[in-house]
Ligand binder design. Structure first.
Ligand SMILES: Cc1cc2nc3c(=O)[nH]c(=O)nc-3n(C[C@H](O)[C@H](O)[C@H](O)COP(=O)(O)OP(=O)(O)OC[C@H]3O[C@@H](n4cnc5c(N)ncnc54)[C@H](O)[C@@H]3O)c2cc1C
Length: 332
């Protein structure tokens, strides 16, 4: 007899852990506050995840058709900063989350949508970013007819940053994190364009205006702070470690945290551990796995969102003096 588990939150962390538990015959009920399919604020650039993690979770096939992303260009309001090699995949969350949902249901997982639950014993908390006062707003929208020079284009403005990433179906995902400035009367995709313009990225704002921005893919999120979250309990994904989005590693971390949590959740399900022992062992495993990249990403985000320091870093990068290949491994 296996003890049943409940999961709060059907994003990447909750869905992938639920699938992995079902693959091992654990009875799982997942409660998701929203419904599927749906668009989410995310750069949709999946990078740094190991195939072995996807295989352990039993979700490798859900990435079929993702677009390989290899080349990247970094810009600031003064123009091009430098070119970089990246390794990753572009896939919309609209498609990915829905594929994970289908897989969970096909494995006999019980999924309850439009259901918001509270923490408790036997409930793994995968409910994403906790609400906290914050100056940040995240905005995203899909675009068609938006030719890219590179698979990934990243832009640093004076009020935040924004990325363009190729995704399936010849679409481009446009996603940015901005210091929130009220722009009365402006909403939907135009808000994304105007925030871009406000950051001094005028040429990019014009490019976005001449593309077709897909109105119903537009979404936004506010009220969150990056860094370690005051979650407690048995928590995974953004609910515990919310890495600054500039690294493009939050999706991978959601999967990796499910991988870390799996043996601890199985110990509890098999009666080999108490709930509090499983929860604290998982918290330790997550901290060990993510400590370096959380610190490195926090420092880089502080530098790149400071107008003076970001200008300095951009100058170093323009002159080829920034050791980007040496810095990237710190973020993975
Ligand atoms: C602007 C921005 C850009 C980003 N770009 C990238 C990128 O390019 N690449 C990358 O790898 N990462 C990126 N990320 C990060 C990435 O999106 C997240 O790290 C990832 O989605 C976290 O997954 P999760 O499952 O932990 O949380 P989520 O995906 O947020 O899922 C949590 C789920 O829990 C549900 N929920 C909340 N409360 C409850 C409750 N009480 N009961 C039941 N359900 C509940 C919510 O409805 C939600 O569906 C970006 C993030 C932002 C903000």
């Amino acid at each position: 007899m296996l003890r049943p588990l409940t999961i709060a939150g059907g994003g990447l962390a909750g869905l992938s852990l639920a699938i992995a538990l079902r693959e091992r015959d654990v009875p799982v009920t997942l409660h998701e506050a929203g419904a599927y399919p749906r668009h989410r604020v995310c750069g949709e650039f999946l990078s740094g995840v190991q195939t072995s993690t996807l295989q352990t979770l039993g979700i490798d096939m859900t990435l079929t058709g993702a677009v390989p992303l290899a080349s990247a260009r970094w810009h600031d309001p003064r123009g091009m900063v430098c070119d970089m090699k990246v390794g990753g995949l572009g896939l919309s969350r609209h498609l990915l989350d829905d594929r994970l949902r289908q897989r969970l249901v096909s494995l006999g997982g019980r999924l309850v949508t439009n259901s918001r639950i509270v923490p408790g014993e036997g409930t793994i908390w995968a409910a994403g970013r906790p609400r906290r006062p914050s100056p940040w707003i995240g905005l995203k929208c899909h675009a068609t007819d938006l030719p890219l020079t590179h698979d990934l284009e990243m832009f640093w403005g004076t009020n935040g940053y924004l990325g363009l990433a190729r995704i399936e179906g010849d679409k481009v995902n446009v996603c940015g994190l901005f210091k929130n400035t009220p722009l009365p009367g402006i909403k939907g995709p135009r808000l994304l364009v105007e925030m871009t313009r406000l950051g001094g990225l005028h040429r990019l704002a014009e490019r976005l205006e001449s593309a077709s921005l897909v109105e119903d893919s537009f979404c936004g999120v506010a009220g969150f702070e990056t860094g370690r979250q005051p979650s407690g309990g048995f928590s995974i994904g953004d609910a515990t470690h919310l890495i600054p989005p500039l690294t493009g590693n939050g999706m991978s971390m959601a999967f990796e945290s499910a991988e870390c949590a799996l043996p601890r959740a199985l110990d509890y399900a098999r009666g080999l551990s108490t709930w509090s022992a499983a929860a604290s062992a998982c918290a330790n495993d997550l901290e060990r796995r993510f400590a370096v990249r959380m610190t490195a990403a926090g420092v880089i985000q502080r530098i790149l969102t400071s107008p003076r320091l970001s200008r300095l870093v951009a100058s170093l990068a323009r002159s080829g003096l920034l050791p980007i290949p040496a810095l990237l491994p710190l973020l993975r």
